[in-house]
Design a protein around this ligand. Structure first.
Ligand SMILES: O=C(O)CCC(=O)C(=O)O
Ligand SMILES: [Fe+2]
Length: 226
């Protein structure tokens, strides 16, 4: 009997790793030069992960597991519907897709620390749903000197989003908060990254349901009481 020797088969191309050094350089450069950037990361994350996250947030939305988002924390938490109207659910990293996404966020955290010495200690992330008519007025994600949220990352989960669907993320000039300097459509796989204290931004009213994940890289070990 002849032993068949099977030679290893290599794919024609090797998929790019989820997070490469060169890509982390790009993120760090974007944050340093402009304070914000937006990029399509759908190839990097993969269609299965994006679809899995989209599926999960839809189930949470349908099962009324999402809660009205507030502004502030603890006793100062205000659920002011004139400021923001989204509903949220914090990610616990407990499902396979959440675990995979957490690994991605962790690589970004480490990569930014290595390049920008931001001292990011951890991240927190939540799903968000904006139903038709929902918005989040212009704001910054962290107040200067509080040293809590340092870098914000938003990942969008919506297929086939069009300008007429509203719900764009509007980025304002860090020197002049009345000047719009960028608009990001919440298309699946698109990511926005910005300095939490510096960049005023706003979610324009959505005309249909808009799903996203917002993540904050923080430099405190535990949230400080406000
Ligand atoms: O969903 C977005 O585009 C941004 C959300 C946001 O600004 C926030 O949750 O603080
Ligand atoms: Fe924000």
């Amino acid at each position: 009997m002849i032993n068949q020797i099977v030679s290893p088969v290599f794919p024609e191309y090797l998929p790019e790793p989820l997070v490469s050094d060169q890509w982390l350089d790009e993120l760090a450069d974007g944050l340093t030069e402009h304070g914000w950037m937006s990029q399509d990361v759908s190839v990097r994350l993969g269609a299965d992960l994006l679809a899995g996250l989209h599926n999960e947030v839809q189930i949470l939305d349908r099962s009324a597991a999402l809660r009205k988002a507030g502004v502030g924390r603890g006793a100062d938490l205000l659920r002011d519907r004139s400021v923001r109207r989204d509903k949220i659910a914090w990610l616990q990293g407990e499902t396979p897709v959440q675990a995979e996404l957490s690994a991605f966020f962790e690589s970004v955290r480490l990569g930014l620390n290595q390049r920008l010495f931001l001292g990011l200690k951890r991240f927190e992330a939540h799903y968000a749903t904006y139903h038709a008519g929902d918005f989040y007025r212009r704001h910054v994600d962290s107040f200067q000197g509080r040293a809590s949220r340092v870098v914000s990352l938003v990942l969008y989960l919506n297929d086939g989003w069009d300008q007429s669907d509203g719900g764009a993320l509007q980025i304002y000039n860090r020197e002049n908060e009345n000047e719009v300097c960028g608009t990001v459509l919440p298309l699946a796989g698109r990511m926005a990254l910005f300095m939490s204290e510096e960049i005023p931004h706003e979610v324009l009213p959505a005309n249909r349901t808009r799903y996203s994940i917002a993540c904050w890289f923080r430099c405190d070990e535990v949230p400080l009481p406000l």
